[in-house]
Design a protein around this ligand. Structure first.
Ligand code: C2E
Ligand code: CA
Ligand code: CA
Ligand code: CA
Length: 277
């Protein structure tokens, strides 16, 4: 980065300059945050509608900022992606989450863990090696790890995507398509992807209201069943949504109705209970 000034001439309008300035500040503070270990993971339980038990958790990163308090991913993940810092941050999340879930498994909770991958991470050539190393290091079996990618990540350069997905699949980990229904509209690719799970975006789940149109949710559940994929609904906030999803045989749910994402020590007591009984 020191070399940038020498050969690159950059012309900024005042407005752009300001944005660039604040991005640079965020980038620098993200670097510091990483070095000072300021990131934390909150875990949100995933509940099976069949067994009514917690079957997994999704790892969601936050930044415990020394002055600004707890920052949500939307305020720093975009900059982390642009600057490439998402690679070390993402690796930290992966390692910490695998470690935590392995420790829960050792305490008798047979959970799996879902980790979000950004576009940069997904296309990084070392991805499979990094995951393999982390699994080895944490002694988590590959079947306990699920990676979540969005449709838009997957839809870019189909052949490359398929080969990355294959190498992840060959390792034994599971793959979910996150925010399903909001991105790429062609469905033909789905059959070509070695994936395990569709996650119905919470915007569609929010449409499950009395006397409202919930056809998209039904269609996604039916599609998943036809393709023999597991289907998870995220953003479940009400009993009505839960009942509707159960009636349609959605496999698993996630949402504030049962539990918000929580730090590890706050989630611990929930792990022993049977949430939907
Ligand atoms: P996502 O993967 O779609 O995660 C679900 C988001 O919905 C989370 O927001 C979660 O807190 C929120 N949520 C859960 N249940 C409910 C509910 O019942 N109602 C509503 N309205 N929202 C609910 P969060 O934690 O702010 O994360 C936002 C996004 O940031 C995530 O969306 C994901 O795309 C990204 N993200 C989070 N952690 C990571 C990470 O470690 N790496 C990467 N690359 N992205 C991450
Ligand atoms: Ca996700
Ligand atoms: Ca999602
Ligand atoms: Ca999302």
């Amino acid at each position: 980065a020191k070399e940038l000034g020498r050969n690159n001439f950059r012309f900024f309008t005042p407005a752009l300059n300001e944005t660039a300035q604040s991005r640079l500040e965020t980038e620098n503070s993200l670097r510091r945050a990483l070095a000072k270990n300021e990131f934390v993971i909150h875990y949100q339980p995933v509940i099976s509608l069949l067994s009514r038990e917690i079957v997994g958790v999704e790892a969601l990163v936050r930044w415990q900022h020394p002055r600004k308090g707890l920052l949500m991913p939307s305020s720093f993940i975009p900059v982390a992606e642009d600057t490439g810092l998402i690679i070390p941050i993402g690796e930290w999340v992966l390692r910490s989450a695998c470690n935590q879930v392995r420790s829960w498994q050792k305490s008798g909770y047979p959970l799996r863990v879902a980790v979000n991958l950004s576009a940069r991470q997904f296309r990084q050539p070392q991805l499979t090696e990094t995951i393999r190393a982390v699994l080895l290091e944490t002694s988590l079996i590959p079947e306990s790890l699920e990676v979540e990618i969005t449709e838009s990540i997957a839809a870019e350069d189909l052949n490359v995507t398929i080969s990355i997905l294959r190498s992840l699949k060959d390792m034994g980990i599971r793959i979910s398509i996150d925010d399903f229904g909001t991105g790429f509209s062609s469905l033909s690719y789905l059959r070509r992807f070695p994936i395990d799970t569709l996650k119905i975006d919470k915007s569609f789940v929010a449409d499950i209201l009395p006397r409202r149109d919930e056809e998209i949710v039904t269609a996604i559940i039916n599609l998943a069943q036809t393709l023999k994929l597991k289907v998870i609904a995220e953003g479940v906030e009400t009993r009505e949504q839960l009942n509707f999803l159960a009636e349609k045989h959605c496999d698993e749910i996630q949402g504030y109705f049962f539990c918000r994402p929580l730090p590890q020590h706050e989630l611990q007591p929930y792990l022993a209970c049977h949430p939907l009984n």
